[in-house]
Structures are given as C-alpha cells and as structure tokens.
Design a protein around this ligand. Structure first.
Ligand code: EPZ
Length: 430
C-alpha cells in the first residue's frame, strides 16, 4: 500500500488547479442511466471513486469513451467522458461494489425510473457513521416504487412506471435528494421536493438534467419542482469545481503561510467556509482565474464552528479545519452535526501532539506551540487530508499510511502541493 511522507515547515507559493467536484461527477455519471443518448461530461476528475463507479455503470451496460485532457490546464487534469446507456443489460448493483462506495446506491432511482425494476445492495455503514437510506426509500416509494428488502438488497419495482409526487424530506439529505431528483426526471407528471439539499453539486446535476430536457424550477433552493419526461436527450455538461478540494488547499495555505492562487474555482461554492478561514487571519481575494489565499506570519485566530448542510460550514471540511486549529493561538470549538462518528482524525492528530478533547458531538481544540511529525493512519477521505494539513505544519517527518483513502477524492494531491513548494512524496508500495 502506498504511503505519503511529508516534511513540515515550508511555506506554499504558486498556483493550484482545482479539479472537477467528485461529489458532482458521481451523480452526473449516474445520470447517464436515464437516457439512450450520449451524455458527455467534461472536467471529470481522475479519482478512485470515479473509476469504481464507472465499473458499476459498465456492469449495467453503460458504454464509456474517454477523450483528451482538459486543454486549458497545463497539468492535464480533468477528462471528458462520453457515456451511452443505449441498453441497460443488468439492473442489479451488487454488494461487492456498492459496499465500497455509498454513492453507487444512487443508481437505484434512475434504474427504477427507466427499467421499472432494480436490485441494489444496501450500502452498509462506514467509518463516519451509520448512514441509513430510509429517506431515499421514502422518496422513491412516494414516486410509486414498491420496495422490499431481500438478503441485504433493496428490490424495487414500478410495473407501471414512476409518477410525480409531493415529497417533504424530514431531514436534509444530499444522497436522497440526488436519488429522488434523478428518478423524478423520468417520472410521469410533476414532482415537488421540499427540504431538498441545496449543495452546489445538486444544482449541478439539476442543470445537467435541464440540458437533457427536464423542466426544473427552484434550482439552488430547498424546493425543487420537476416536470418528468418519457425520455431524456443526451447533453454536454462540465462538472463544477470541487469546493471541498478548494477549501482543503485554502486551509493548507493557512496552515503553512504563503501565497497561492487556487485556479478555476469560485467563492460562492464555499462562502461560509471562506468566512471562517478569514476569521483565522487568512486573506482571501477573488482573482480573474480563481481565489488567492494569503497568510503571513501572524498567529492563527481560533474559531467556533458547527457543521451544517449547505450553505453552512460543510462536514467535509470539518477534519481539515480541526487540523488547522491545532496550531491556533487559543481554543477552538468544533461541533459536528451531520455525522455522529466523524472524529476518527482526532486520535491521529493527537499522535502529532494536538490537544483535542471530545465531548459527544463537540471537539475542543487547544492550540499548541508545535506539532511533531509521526507515523499516522488515514481512516477516511477527509480525515486523511486533515493529516496532510497537520503534517505540513509539523516539525520533522509525518508518514501517512493507507493513502488509498486520499486517492478516492483528491486528484494528484502530492503533485499539486509539491509544485507549490511542499515537501511531500508518495512512497509507492513495491
Ligand atoms: C453526501 O453523502 C456526500 N457524499 C458526503 O461526502 C457528505 O459528507 C454528505 O453528503 C453531507 O454533506 C457524496 O456526495 C458522494 P446525506 P450522503 O444523505 O448523501 C442522514 C465525502 O467525503 N440520513 O446528506 O450520504 C445521514 O445519516 C463524502 O466526499 C438519514 O438519516 O449524506 C446523515 O446524518 C463523505 N437517512 C445526514 O442524513 C437517509 O436516508 C446527511 O447525510 C440519508 C441520510
């Protein structure tokens, strides 16, 4: 298994191109199941999760052709995928695949909508919490799907096809919103979703569905009104920039000090997180190509933050912010309200000398004078990258084991940071 070695201490200086968003690319790839025509997606990040989903989609019968690299990028990031689901040959998504990546459960909605049947493995728990799928099933049932559970599989049927419905989600869920939105695109009549998740990635999928011929009102709000169609057209769509990668690199610069332009990204995708970062004493300015992040010698100010669905502070940046605050001049309080167990990074940060007390859903982080490098273990995607941030601030060498978690969601992380002067190297297993 690969490892990453970081020697802390240096400032970051330069430009980092931001990749297409993983969490938009995944549901956009799944949207290809909705049409016989070709869906072309540009700016698809080259990530382990994308590759795994492609395997699952191929299993259903989706044909994929990949062409040239993103022209505007000197570093060859982002690929153009042409996906065609002319015939769906298999409506089962097997346990071996779905259990490795939760987002693959979102094939359920499109498969029932188009094929009137689907058999999709329940995803199971994961390192960040129990993560049930009751809201997905509630929404799909409202659209007319009959749902049974059989040997760990959701077996869904809609012999007469899906129909529009009025769905009020009792809790905000990104995945349930994606699943129901994708299904409603091919349902007969109008679907109204209230308390929909407002994450920019949902808007990106909705915009793509509009290009495929679906009428959708309320994109970007918590009320989505969708007029389903009998069949959808092909489309060409560019995946929006990754806001979590943007926030992560911004925090890397805040951690080390320096001056870095994050290219191809936008403030509105993570305005709340950037406001928090500004409170720590980091300067953020809009440039013609993206965002410029600057921090000079001054101490990092502590912050009090709680994670919330968009437009609040994202849970997917909680671990990174915690790593940053380990070196703040004072005590920060970070409350995790989305996932009950998303604190796996705390023990690893402690190995580097961080002072963090956990009480229920709240972490109290006392800034320390210095972190010291040590071997640590990556436990999930965002926890892993928080260790990179800590490693960049630590004295000496930090060795991060199990970096396959990082490869799920960060495209060429060590190359992007290395170009800005970070001492970071991948040690490939022999
Ligand atoms: C998405 O996961 C993201 N994944 C996660 O990013 C992200 O952390 C999360 O949204 C929250 O923003 C992708 O986009 C691929 P949810 P998802 O359904 O859809 C509860 C990353 O690191 N819930 O919004 O699975 C659930 O337990 C990943 O890139 C139910 O109770 O999250 C949680 O407490 C990790 N019943 C809350 O809702 C349900 O049926 C929000 O989960 C569904 C969810």
């Amino acid at each position: 298994m690969d490892r990453i070695k970081i020697t802390g201490g240096g400032r970051l200086q330069g430009t980092i191109p931001i990749s297409g968003a993983k969490n938009a690319a995944l549901p956009l790839l799944i949207a290809s199941l909705l049409t016989e025509d070709r869906l072309t997606l540009k700016n698809v990040p080259n990530l382990a999760d994308v590759n795994l989903l492609v395997r699952i989609l191929r299993n259903h019968g989706v044909d994929l052709a990949v062409d040239g690299k993103r022209q505007s990028s000197p570093h060859g990031l982002g690929e153009t995928f042409h996906l065609t689901a002319r015939d769906i040959v298999d409506t089962t998504a097997p346990y071996e695949m779905v259990s490795r990546m939760r987002a693959s459960f979102w094939v359920l909605g499109p498969l029932i909508a188009r094929m009137r049947e689907a058999r999709v493995s329940l995803p199971g728990g994961c390192a960040i919490g129990t993560r049930p799928v009751d809201l997905h099933l509630q929404g799909l049932k409202a659209l007319g799907a009959e749902i049974d559970l059989d040997a760990g599989y959701v077996v869904a049927r809609a012999p007469k096809g899906l129909h529009g419905a009025h769905i009020i989600f009792p809790k905000v869920s990104v995945g349930a919103t994606h699943n129901v939105l994708l299904a409603a695109a091919l349902a007969k009549g109008e679907t109204l979703i209230e308390n929909a998740a407002r994450e920019p990635e949902i808007g990106d999928v909705a915009h793509c569905l509009v290009k495929m011929g679906v009428l959708i009102d309320g994109i970007g709000t918590s009320t989505l009104r969708i007029q389903g169609r009998d069949r959808l057209d092909g489309a060409i769509h560019t995946v929006l920039p990754d806001r979590i990668e943007t926030g992560t690199f911004a925090m890397c610069v805040a951690a080390t000090g320096g001056d870095v332009v994050l290219e191809g990204t936008r403030r509105d995708l993570l305005a709340n997180a950037l406001e928090v970062l500004a409170k720590t004493g980091t300067e953020i300015t809009d440039t013609t190509t993206g965002l410029r992040i600057v921090r000079n010698g001054a101490a990092l100010e502590p912050v009090t933050v709680e994670t919330q669905p968009f437009p609040g502070f994202p849970t997917d940046l909680q671990a990174q912010l915690m790593a940053l605050m380990t070196r703040a001049a004072g005590t920060s309080v970070i409350r995790e309200t989305i996932f009950e167990n998303r604190f796996m990074h705390v023990q690893e940060l402690a190995r580097l000398g961080a002072d963090i007390q956990l009480h229920g859903d709240t972490a109290t982080v006392k800034g320390v004078k210095a972190l010291r490098g040590a071997p640590v273990m990556a436990t999930d995607l965002r926890a892993s990258v928080s260790l990179v941030i800590a490693g960049l601030m630590a004295e000496g060498d930090t060795m991060i084991n199990r970096v396959y978690h990082l490869d799920r969601g960060f495209e060429r992380l060590e190359e992007k940071l290395g170009r800005c002067g970070a001492k970071i190297e991948r040690i490939t297993a022999g």
